[in-house]
Design a protein around this ligand. Structure first.
Ligand code: DOR
Ligand code: ZN
Ligand code: ZN
Length: 435
């Protein structure tokens, strides 16, 4: 048996930090107590914060079909560097994961390389409800109500409704990319002679997102399925979600770091590198997203980590693909804000560990408890550093947060009892499928 002990850390237990020791035996947390005996491997966590391993509920690791952007070796390393021990991976691959056969093939490839734990989303099409009904062990069903990277799209209400019904029957979460395709293509035609990153927030404007969010919420009300609204980016969407939750819908919502911390002025600095669906918004909407998060109307923070290469991103607006990396910076960005008292460190544990495990039904992870898998992230709130794209492990060697000074750094990332990241260095560890 391999044993690892963590001593004198500030350990997040039931929403509060307490000074405790942790004993890990093989892949399981076997004891959390005032004191545990030293093991073969020991970590002195005096002065450090010990979180349940963070779960990123929305990543695009690009396998199969776009391995030059990211694969499970680079993506896992990026996750470990960012303190993330579990990822939920999107199905907009090439080909899109829309059949049980393609899902099983993807599982086989990913199992070989994953160094963090993972779950997989299934992709909806206009006609694959039979496949959805045959799918097992998935995080949920991703429904692209508007087109984005890849060719997954379900833009007709009657097809979205059928998909939600299949989700309801199987008790799957329908995770929606809520942008209205019809409005996007109208705006694209109207603006096709223009160019520049400023176009993005005009084509995929806040109304485009609000319209689709409204449709999704109304269908959820009718059908009663579990609904998760991905990457909410505006005040209007978050207000709609809040109302729908108040009527008692089985609804959750996430926000992403680029919408929490960046506004559209970033376009002047990094041009098409800031192109992402949904777009980076006005300062007003950005502040509203931040406030909704502070006020408790958001369930979780995920990254929508969507790497593309520098060569791809630097093209003209119409050619540049949408998406940006985020998995290595999300936790430090949230920690940094906590260091300025914008929110508590406990909240980060809720948004990025407890809530994703609860909403997506990930068992024995997402909390530090005896008997749970030993997924642990240890951070040093005393350390300051500066984001540099060149230092990141993702294949996209760039960041929209380049040059950001941050307080709070990831010191250890432990996956199933194995130290996968230790003070700047990646170590050998292996991930498991969580479903
Ligand atoms: O900007 C985005 N990029 N939004 C998406 O919905 C997909 C993602 C990607 O896969 O590149
Ligand atoms: Zn999306
Ligand atoms: Zn996404």
């Amino acid at each position: 048996m391999s044993r690892l002990s963590i001593h004198n850390g500030l350990v997040l237990l039931n929403g509060k930090f307490e000074i405790k020791d942790i004993l890990i035996e093989d892949e399981i947390i076997s004891k959390i107590a005032d004191s545990v005996p030293k093991a073969e491997q020991n970590i002195d966590a005096n002065g450090l914060h010990v979180f349940p391993g963070f779960i990123d509920a929305h990543v695009h690791f690009r396998v199969p079909g776009a391995e030059h952007k990211e694969d499970w070796k680079s993506g896992s390393k990026a996750a470990l560097h960012g303190g993330i021990t579990t990822v939920l991976d999107m199905p907009n691959n090439a080909p899109g994961i829309t059949t049980v056969e393609l899902l099983e093939k993807k599982r086989e490839i990913v199992a070989k390389d994953a160094m963090v734990n993972y779950g997989m989303f299934f992709g909806a099409t206009a006609e694959n409800t039979d496949e959805i009904r045959n799918a097992e062990r998935i995080a949920g069903v991703k429904v692209y109500m508007g087109s984005s990277t890849g060719n997954l799209l379900v833009d007709k209400l009657k097809d979205i409704e059928k998909t939600f019904m299949a989700c309801k029957d199987k008790d799957f979460v329908a995770a929606v990319h809520a942008e209205c395709e019809h409005m996007i293509s109208e705006n694209e035609s109207a603006l096709k002679e223009e160019t520049g990153i400023g176009l993005h927030n005009k084509i995929r404007n806040p109304e485009v997102a609000a319209a689709a969010t409204k449709d999704a919420l109304e269908l959820q009300k009718k059908i009663g399925n579990k609904l998760h609204v991905c990457h909410s980016s505006t005040n209007a969407e978050l207000e709609l979600v809040k109302k729908a939750k108040n009527r008692g819908g089985n609804i959750s919502v996430e926000v992403c770091p680029h919408h929490i911390f960046l506004d559209e002025s970033i376009g002047e600095k990094i041009g098409t590198f800031s192109r992402v669906n949904p777009p980076i918004r006005s300062r007003q909407d950005q502040q509203a997203v931040y406030k909704h998060l502070q006020n408790g109307s958001v369930d979780l923070v995920s990254t929508d980590h969507a790497p593309h290469t520098v060569e791809e991103k630097k093209q003209d607006y119409w050619k540049s693909p949408s998406g940006m990396p985020g998995i290595e910076t999300v936790i430090p960005l949230l920690l940094n804000e906590a260091s300025k008292d914008a929110w508590s460190l406990e909240k980060i544990g809720e948004w990025c560990s407890n809530a994703p495990a609860r909403i997506y039904g990930i068992e024995k992870r997402g909390a530090l408890e005896e008997g749970n898998y030993a997924d642990v992230t240890i951070v040093d709130m005393g350390k300051e550093w500066i984001v540099k794209g060149a230092d990141l492990f993702s294949k996209a060697k760039w960041s929209a947060f380049e040059g950001f000074p941050l307080r709070g750094s990831i010191e250890y990332t432990i996956v199933n009892g194995e130290i996968g990241f230790e003070q700047g260095a990646i170590k050998k560890c292996s991930g498991k499928e969580v479903y």
